[in-house]
Structures are given as C-alpha cells and as structure tokens.
Design a protein around this ligand. Sequence first.
Ligand code: ATP
Ligand code: MG
Ligand code: FE
Length: 347
Amino acid sequence: MNVLGIETSCDETGVALYNTERGLLAHALYSQIAVHREYGGVVPELASRDHVRKTLPLVREVVEAAGLSHGDVDAVAYTAGPGLIGALMVGATTARSLALGWGVPALGVHHMEGHLLAPMLEESRPSFPFVALLVSGGHTQLVRVDGIGQYKLLGESLDDAAGEAFDKAAKMLGLPYPGGPHIARIAQEGNPDRFTFPRPMIKHPGLDFSFSGLKTHTLTTVRSLEKQSPLTEQDKADVARAFEEAVVSTLVIKCRRALEQESLNRLVMAGGVSANRNLREQLATTLGKKGAEVFYPAPQFCTDNGAMIAYAGAQRLAAGQVDGDDVQVRPRWPMTELPPIPANSPG
Ligand code: ATP
Ligand code: MG
Ligand code: FE
C-alpha cells in the first residue's frame, strides 16, 4: 500500500510517500523559516498562505520522485492536529480533496504520534513497550508506549516546552528563529565552568518538567552581563552552554527515572529537540550504563516532516481506520485520546 503523507501543522510543509512493504519511497520538505524569521516567530496567517502555495507542488514532486503516478497512491494521510488551525485546515482540505478525486481513503493523523513513530523509519527500531521522550517546539512529554495508540502520559512540562525554551533563550542572545540549532552550535565554543544554571524540577519527585524558571535565570544572567558591557561572542557561547547543559541534564535525569519507574530498558526520543547532539550523547552514555538502549529518528525526521505522517497514517490505515465524511481538524488534541490499533509488528 502506497500512503501519501501531508504535514502542515506549523511552519513546515512536508510531503512523503511510504510503502508498507518497501518503506519510505520519497519525501520533500519546504520550510517557511525565512518567511517568519523577521517576526521572530511563526505568524499563523502567513503560515497558512504559504502552505496553500507549497502543498500541491510538493505532492507532485514526491509522486514523481518515487517513480509513481497519482493512480498508484492508495491512501492519503494528513496531520489533523494539534497545531495552528489555519495551517491544519490547508493540509486537511488538500489531502481530503486529493483522496476524493482519486477515489482513495483519507485519514487524519495526530502530529505527536507522527513524531513518536518517526524512529520506526530507521533500520534500528525499537519494539514495544518503550518510554518515549517527546521534545519539540510545543511539547515536552514522557509517555509509556505499549503499542500504537496505547499511550500513558507519565509526565509533561507544566509551562514552556523544551524547544520553546531553546527558542526564547536564543532570542535573548540575539540569535535567529528557530533558536535551538543556533544555541547548540554556539554552545560548543562555550566554557562549561563559567556559569551553572539551575536544573529545574530534578528534586521534584514526579516526571513533570518546568522550563520557565530556567528561562528567567537565563534572562537575569544576560541582563547582568549587559549592565557591564555589550555581550561578546564568548559571553553568548558561555550562556548558551550553561543553558543547554541545564536542559539536557534535566531531560536525562527524568528519562532515567521514567525507565526505572516503568521497569523498561528502551527509550525513544523524538521531536525537534531530539536532534540535539549533546542530548543524544548524554542520554546514550547515562542510559547505556544502565543497560538501556536509546532510539531516535534521523536528524531530518526529528523536526516536522511528511514521512512521519505517512508512516503513522499507514499503520492506522492498514488496521482499517479511515476518516468519516466531515473534515475535522483539532488544534488541541491529547494523544491519549487516540484509539489503539490491534497488536501487530509495525510495518
Ligand atoms: P510540536 O511538534 O510540539 O507541535 P513543532 O512542530 O514546532 O512543535 P518541531 O518541529 O518538532 O516542533 O521542533 C522544532 C523545535 O526544535 C524548535 O523549538 C527548535 O528550536 C528545536 N530544535 C531543533 N533542532 C534543535 C537542536 N539541535 N537543539 C535544540 N533544539 C532544537
Ligand atoms: Mg517547525
Ligand atoms: Fe512538530
């Protein structure tokens, strides 16, 4: 079965074709970063308009790159939420119209389930059950995963998401949007001994996170440096280093705790922040010592993309799920509301 996947929940238009026997056939991504950069964040109306411009050309490109014609597409999966309502509507109406025109089923997919299952696109992939750390621009969650649609929320951020904290800290340092990769880049030059930032919530017994205090601490540090003289490149690198270390060690500690609590030894991480090299290395080292394995998507499939939507859609379509007649998108949509699909090995 060839499943076309369409992702438009935020500021990336992603399209991909996934074949349930052969795997990923083709994918393409158009990032709107340049459109939003001058505003320092995503402007919803501009995002919707750009998705309108880009979605169909990307569909054409992907079908061609896969060496197929549209008659070979067996189903269309699209992101139905959570995300920006206008942006979601563009993907949903485009996907539904294509499916209707081609006489094939369509299915709305949960964006975070897409992120969560993205590691399944890799050769080395986890088997169920596992603990997932979802760290993206809008989410920081620890989830116990017993199968597709069998999710138990173990903990989450009580305020900012990890990616959002990266983006805000970057803004304070005058780095462009989205700031995560820029913080990571300059942190490499930072002196690890100059500042030590607080590790939020690590003394708190549960598995929840909080990043707003760290954000305030970062701002206070930047302000007090600026009082003396304008920030040098070294100052910025040192702050970035301390900030990244604090986020990474908080995430690592909570992941270890989650595995212990659930008596599991597989951790899956996904979402934009899972592209962070320092986080990958520290998780692998710390959990490796405990005999646990860590799985993550290829860097290009950590942030938003069509491949993860095509994959997640394919699993549910193969289990017989399809949309009803009405087009519905859900800007807010808890992942735990998703129906389970019968136990099978992911294809
Ligand atoms: P959500 O998936 O929660 O709806 P989103 O789709 O905006 O949010 P993603 O596209 O998964 O989020 O990830 C984007 C986030 O990842 C941004 O906050 C970005 O700064 C962050 N990010 C990307 N690469 C890195 C990196 N190397 N280090 C830290 N953060 C990163
Ligand atoms: Mg994005
Ligand atoms: Fe995302």
